[in-house]
Design a protein around this ligand. Structure first.
Ligand SMILES: Nc1ncnc2c1ncn2[C@@H]1O[C@H](COP(=O)(O)OP(=O)(O)O)[C@@H](O)[C@H]1O
Ligand SMILES: [Mg+2]
Length: 300
């Protein structure tokens, strides 16, 4: 449903996306995980027909995003990072406004009613969007992105700034949409949320440094490094300076350490732990930084 082949995008000197390739299938929830500035929004904007790639090709529902941006806009739903709801309209009016952009007027009331129900928004139908809490406003933002039942849904950081319970509820709603056959491409910088994606790509400085199922990525990290817990009171700086220690941070009265494979630390008992996605990100970004440092040395 979404196919991206070697897409790059420059802003002046800066390479915001560097030869990104990925595929999202029907009914799949695909996550794009990366820190701020890694290129997530740039990719979503390209796939929405808002921004042209500098090179490479991308199709959405078989439509080339560079050649047919208007046709692309008609088959997708898009909730932007800055919650795209009108605060001075009611919940229902917001949905009607969006529905009218895509649907013939006789189809609008049914679509709006259906969407209010699906998202549990009926009790707030006549409330101003501006009076909703952050979680409910984001729920409305997703609802209005799907009011016209698009085949493909792009959600740019739909849960940023929300509490864990609201985030959970939104993820359930996202999965409901996918169950109906919608392909979802969702960005996040919360590592725990990545676990909820069918597959994901880790984006770092405009490059995809790994992609696969959460389990595959954890496995990949395990091949490249080991993660361990150590019950120690040694200062973090000391630990981080030890040979073989890639990173470490406080965890439950001790430290969680990312270690080069086979590292033993003198007088420090290590308890191996299975990597989570935050560990994966650290392992892969460290290795990536190390290999690009090597590349730039080779270039000199
Ligand atoms: N319109 C633009 N003009 C210039 N630079 C931009 C523009 N949009 C994004 N960038 C730059 O491209 C990089 C990637 O940005 P973005 O895609 O917004 O990242 P993310 O969504 O992952 O935080 C950033 O360094 C950002 O400053
Ligand atoms: Mg962004």
């Amino acid at each position: 449903m979404v196919s991206v082949k070697a897409v790059s995008r420059r802003f002046g000197e800066q390479l915001a996306l560097d030869s990104v390739s990925l595929e999202v299938g029907q009914g799949e929830v695909f996550g794009l995980l990366g820190p701020n500035g890694s290129g997530k929004t740039t990719l979503i904007r390209i796939l929405s027909g808002v921004l042209l790639p500098s090179s490479g090709e991308a199709t959405v529902a078989g439509l080339d995003v560079g050649r047919r941006p208007e046709a692309v806009k008609a088959v997708i739903g898009y909730a932007t990072q800055e919650a795209s709801v009108y605060r001075d309209l009611t919940v229902k009016e917001n949905l009607e406004f969006r529905a009218k952009l895509y649907l013939e007027s006789k189809g609008v009331p049914y679509a709006v009613e259906q969407t209010l129900q699906r998202f549990g928004l009926q009790p707030y139908a006549h409330n101003l969007a501006g009076s909703l809490s952050g979680g409910w406003r984001q729920r409305l933002a997703i609802a209005q992105a799907v009011v016209h039942k698009p085949k493909i849904l792009f959600l740019d950081e739909p849960t940023t700034g929300l509490d864990p319970l609201s985030r959970r509820i939104l993820w359930d709603l996202i999965h409901e949409e996918a169950k109906d056959g919608t392909s979802v491409l969702v960005t996040t910088h919360y590592m725990d949320e990545a676990e909820r994606c069918g597959r994901l790509a880790l984006l770092y400085e405009g490059k995809i440094i790994a992609q696969g199922t959460p389990h595959e990525l954890e496995h990949l990290a395990q091949e490249q490094a080991s993660v361990a817990f150590s019950q120690t009171t040694l200062p973090l700086d000391t630990l981080r300076a030890m040979p073989g220690v890639l990173d470490g941070w406080p965890s439950g009265g001790g430290v969680r350490l990312i270690l080069e494979k086979g590292t033993q630390l003198k007088d420090l008992p290590l308890q191996p732990v299975y990597p989570n996605l935050e560990d994966v990100f650290i392992v892969l970004t460290k290795n990536n930084a190390a290999s690009s440092a090597l590349e730039s040395k080779e270039q000199v």
